[in-house]
Design a protein around this ligand. Structure first.
Ligand code: ATP
Ligand code: MG
Length: 334
């Protein structure tokens, strides 16, 4: 059976971009034809500073978010990355396979390190190598992600190919990115040319999964737009990134195509469209946020789910690491 792997960082509030670009699609892929492995990537989160208490809280809240969105912890394997040490162990091997130049070309590295690269953590630089290990330690074949992770997935393929070539084996699969849907790149509500992110300092830039109905409505009301009416065809969104973003969000939340949405709302002003969008967003998100809050009342249960998930994940990861070490020439007594 094909195996799906994906992860989300417990680096802050889960937002609408994570939900539409990742989480909602993780739920869609869950089923008897696929083995699904989903991870809270805490080792990735600490590539930038995380307050320890907040990291622990975000990890549990993220776990609650997965379950509230529809991930069944019996059917899928749900765990946090640090509890399966094989991720970090395989990442070290990949650090020795990947080249400095490959990492230097990554746009996420350039964006997150900013101007002062000398002061960024070594972990942030090596992030894509750990991400390749996350995927390949399960020999995962399908990786659902948002558009922003496309470059890292190409690098994962390059690492798998170079490892296989260097050692003359056909061991790691060449992974397929699954970047699909109307909202593979949800943009900031304050700037339609920038991705919606957990790490954006402006809370008005994103809709958090924990926002209440008033906060959601206010953020949509204040979202940046242009003065024109909405077009009735897709071409009319050309050069209008903020309008395009709100339409994409509407389409993804309503499970409609952008064409369908525009056929309905074409000609309307934003003053009329925004309340429609707010109502739809509240209807879709509030059941998830109230379920998240409910699950967070029993943190011991969340910890049990994570522990059980880690155990199941290790059962897959451990033999693959052992075979990798063997290929590389590490002597073992086993
Ligand atoms: P950070 O700012 O800390 O990097 P993030 O918001 O980018 O946080 P991640 O945990 O890095 O979130 O990403 C988790 C998943 O969500 C990835 O598959 C990523 O592609 C997807 N994703 C993140 N932001 C968006 C977005 N704005 N639109 C669609 N998908 C997104
Ligand atoms: Mg990110």
């Amino acid at each position: 059976t094909p195996r799906v792997f994906s992860g989300i960082q417990p680096s802050g509030n889960l937002h609408l971009g994570n939900y539409l670009g990742a989480l909602k699609r993780f739920v869609d892929m869950q089923g008897p034809e696929m083995e699904t492995v989903y991870c809270m990537v805490d080792l990735h989160a600490i590539t930038v500073w995380q307050d320890p208490k907040e990291l622990a809280h975000s990890t549990r809240e993220l776990c609650a978010g997965f379950i509230a969105a529809g991930i069944d912890p019996e059917q899928s394997i749900l765990f946090n990355q640090s509890q399966v040490p094989e991720h970090a162990q395989l990442a070290w091997i990949f650090n020795c396979v990947a080249r400095m130049g490959w990492m230097q070309r990554m746009t996420q590295w350039k964006d997150k390190a900013g101007k002062n690269q000398q002061n960024a953590s070594l972990g942030l630089f090596a992030y894509p190598s750990l991400m390749a290990a996350d995927i390949l330690i399960y020999h995962a074949t399908h990786v659902p992600v948002g558009e922003d992770q496309k470059q890292h997935l190409e690098l994962t393929r390059d690492i798998a190919i170079k490892f296989n070539n260097d050692f003359g084996v056909n061991f790691f699969p060449v992974t397929e990115p699954v970047i699909e849907g109307a909202a593979t790149r949800v943009m900031s509500l304050r700037d339609g040319t920038k991705k919606m992110s957990k790490s954006d300092p402006s809370d008005m830039s994103r809709i958090n999964m924990t926002d209440d109905a008033d906060a959601i409505a206010q953020k949509i009301r204040k979202a940046k737009t242009d003065p024109d009416a909405l077009p009735s065809e897709i071409d009319g969104l050309e050069g209008r990134p903020d309008a395009r973003n709100l339409i994409n969000i509407y389409a993804a939340l309503a499970d409609q195509s952008v064409e369908q949405v525009l056929a309905d709302v074409g000609g309307k002003q934003f003053g009329e469209f925004k309340p429609m969008l707010a109502e739809l967003a509240v209807a879709k998100l509030s059941p998830i946020s109230s379920e998240m809050a409910r699950l967070m009342n029993d943190q011991a249960e969340i910890d049990r789910i994570l522990a059980r998930g880690a155990e199941r994940a290790r059962a897959i990861a451990e033999p693959i690491l052992r075979q990798t070490y063997d290929i590389v020439g590490m002597v073992s007594s086993a």
